[in-house]
Design a protein around this ligand. Sequence first.
Ligand code: PPS
Length: 313
Amino acid sequence: MEQDHQLAEKDFAAVINNLPEGTFYRFPLCSVHGVPLMKPIADRWKDMENVQARPDDILIVTYPKAGTTWMQEIVDSIMNDGEVEKTKRAPTYIRSPFLEKFAPPPLPSGLDVLNNTPSPRKIKTHLPFELVPKSFWEQKCKAVYFARNVKDTAVSYYFFDQMNKTQPDPGTWDQYVEKFLKGEVAWGSWFNHVIGWWNAKEKHDILYVFYEDMKEDPKREIRKVMEFLGKNLSEEVLDKVCHHTSFKAMKENPMTNYSTIPAIILDQARSPFMRKGEVGDWINHFTESQNKMFDEEYEKRMKGRDLKFRTTI
Ligand code: PPS
């Protein structure tokens, strides 16, 4: 059994609630090799560059709000051979540590959690390809990249930046759209991210999966992930994994819905972490001119590439 309960979730919440006022605030962005990252991540960047990967590490990589938590649950379910009860042992962020997560002591940072996590580690990161510590490629680690269309990602990120009290203030939706398209948000440009990882799969062991495909046919896509991870689950077990990782099940599951994080960090009254989980919600938020702006930028950046996204299914 994994030593997941380094800091049991009850204690975790208590520690956060007892930290001095002002410990958490909306951190400003600082450039790390040209990519805007939140200041506490930038401040510890040397530690990040020196991370030692293990050959059986599995990276779960996304631009923020692409469905990271969904893929983390799918991978953990598969790695537990479909015994989904085992995934209830701890919250997502303990079972699948966030590489660049920062935390004031005594809370464990992503690197602290990683060091105490037994192999095979399922490591979440939002880093663009060029910022991933080199050790992961020297060790020939596998990476699952989960990508979501730019319009739904922007909407999801906007709501998240309102409820996550450590992210920069998103401002109004109109202001946010401008910043997002210029890549002036945490982890930088969506375009650079999806293109960088798409190109990287030529040279590294990377499975590229689309959120829209996963919504369309979860079993088909989960099977792809399973095969990539070298597992062989029966049809019946795959059905169980599909059910366990459905939006409804994950929204109700305290181990996946981030309800274990206190409201001073994630204010779910403002917007739930498991918000809608749909393809095409952007239609409810984009004005005609915003849509045109996104379409033009998409055309400019993606022209001539074999990387294609769907904004509806
Ligand atoms: S984070 O903070 O970057 O790690 O967030 P991330 O997990 O990448 O993205 C959250 C969005 O993913 C949706 N989600 C799901 N959609 C469909 N099915 C399942 N099971 C699922 N789990 C999470 C979640 O609802 C967020 O999207 P929006 O559009 O905001 O609802």
